[in-house]
Design a protein around this ligand. Structure first.
Ligand SMILES: [Zn+2]
Ligand SMILES: [Zn+2]
Length: 109
């Protein structure tokens, strides 16, 4: 797994590459833009947490608990849709999964 240091190193290399690349292109902006877009995508992928981020989520409007079901339990998402009132809302800056209990933290019934 990549450490934060590895990611920073790669980003630094990419910045140097971009400089050389920009100079060699002599003003072809479309290629620079696509370089930046790809780098942003790669950086986001590298920084993506490998563990699923589980959260206890409550709807900001109706206050019901949002518990993800089915495929949503495997695919972290930023925008959660309340199953009670239908509101779509962002629970956290990172993609997450709404759970009823944290793994192994289930208390008394
Ligand atoms: Zn709601
Ligand atoms: Zn959700």
């Amino acid at each position: 797994m990549l450490s934060e240091e590895d990611v920073l190193w790669l980003v630094d290399i990419a910045k140097r590459l971009r400089k050389v690349y920009t100079e060699s292109l002599k003003g072809d902006d479309t290629l620079i833009v696509s370089f930046d877009e790809r780098m942003a995508k790669i950086k986001a992928e590298l920084e993506r947490p490998t563990e699923l981020l589980e959260l206890l989520i409550h709807c900001p409007r109706c206050k019901e608990q949002h518990i993800d079901k089915g495929r949503f339990t495997k695919e972290p998402h930023k925008v959660h849709a309340c199953q009670f009132c239908g509101l779509g809302f962002v629970a956290c800056k990172l993609p997450s999964i709404g759970v009823q209990f944290f793994n192994g933290w289930k208390g008394v019934e």
